[in-house]
Design a protein around this ligand. Sequence first.
Ligand code: HEM
Length: 489
Amino acid sequence: MDHLSLCPLVVLLLCLVILALSKIFKTVIQDQEKSTADIPPGSHGFPVVGETLQFMLSVNSGKGFYEFVRRRRIRYGSCFRTSLFGETHVFLSTTESARAVLNNESGMFTKRYIKSIAALVGDRSLLCASQHHHKILRSRFINLFSKKSTALMVRHFDELVVDALSGWEHHGTVVLLTDLLQITFKAMCKMLISLENEEELGSLQRDVGFVCEAMLAFPLNLPWTRFHKGIMARGRVMEVLEKIIRERRNETNSHNNNYREDFRQQLLAVDSDGSASSSDHSTKLTDAEIKDNILTMIIAGQDTTASALTWMVKYLGENQKVLNILIEEQTQLAKQASHKPFLELDDLTEMTYASKMVKESLRMASVVPWFPRLVLQDCEMEGYKINKGWNINIDARSIHLDPNVYSEPHKFNPSRFDEEAKANSFLAFGMGGRTCLGLNMAKAMMVVFLHRFITTYRWEVVDGDPSIEKWTLFARLKSGYPIRVSRRL
Ligand code: HEM
């Protein structure tokens, strides 16, 4: 055959190859976009990596990692699937699904975070422990979050806030998030381990920061990776906590009367007085459990509360009407409480509008945007088949912003909570057996800050850029929300 007669054959062959390739490409990339009869709609993305790349792009964008979920929620509806870090994830965003999965009466779901998080907070952490282990841990920790602890926290937190706010008017620009992270970190360390030394607090906060930054990183433990930096920082935090536990044990054993009412004391009390540990082995915590969970509680309490407070100030600044009502309530209460140096828990019960303001801020910000669980048995959700071994995520943020659940969901309106919210619709602190242990404490801290901030200062925003910070587990403003304050006369 001559070259010319070969030509149509080559063209035909080329066409066939292109057709076959485009078919394969379509199958791999897009076949999953339309739901087959019973599998949730969505895309599995590329082989092996799935949609991890797109997720990482979202994390890296100014819109934050929730953008990845938001786009797919709009495209596929209230139930969709994707593939991240080699595993299938399903996202659900109805109140019925939230009730079924988070209350978990069927026992078909358990909590599981992505691998990088378990390696960073420790597999004995409340966040990552198996269902059975979690029950034991939670029963021990829940006692620590008593009304007495909340009252103590209110007193300590108010003192910290008053101290921190005292010089703000001379600071020029205050980067709100940075200062709030420092205040909430101090509050957590005081409550958990009575750590107050500024230098030690500074280096511990830096290391906890590295741990947090690594939480969304690809779990690749090589010297130059963000994940590695986080793992190394975890090691240093563990050493500090080990030293603190050892010192406290020595103090207790030598009957040093230096008793402190922190969580560490209560956790160690079980094995140091001998009686509890010998009579009830199931409640005795190992040092590893104590250390993992102190780190967990610092992270769970610091970053969430500081981020929520920053969002709250932002919403408040954007809603003058709400601000006016709040100022009226708070200045009145400030006069009543002027005879005492610090607020008490009972004072907060009178701050009804401030409490609704806190709730509305938590709804709008959805600081923890979704709750991950692992599916233990094949089941059906929202008419779709869900396989054992898949990850299922309750998308709280979509529920908080669903117009069928909250009317005018994008309007900041604390008075919407004059009435009880619809069942299973307020998920800022989760629901069921994994509900946030610190929820009362967190709400109290937010009200305390609100009271002091509102009654002390007026403020103007220096940079209102709404971009979201990269590499953070909880949605935080990238700018840190810089403000300039002046004394309210
Ligand atoms: C505004 C601040 C806070 C928010 C929005 C928040 C939110 C949450 C949410 C949504 C969960 C449950 C996640 C799930 O079900 O998967 C959770 C769990 C948890 N939170 Fe908070 N939290 C806040 C403050 C605190 C504070 C101050 C503490 C105190 C140390 C704390 C300690 C914990 C702990 C220990 C868990 C794990 C509970 C368990 O798994 O049994 N949180 N938090």
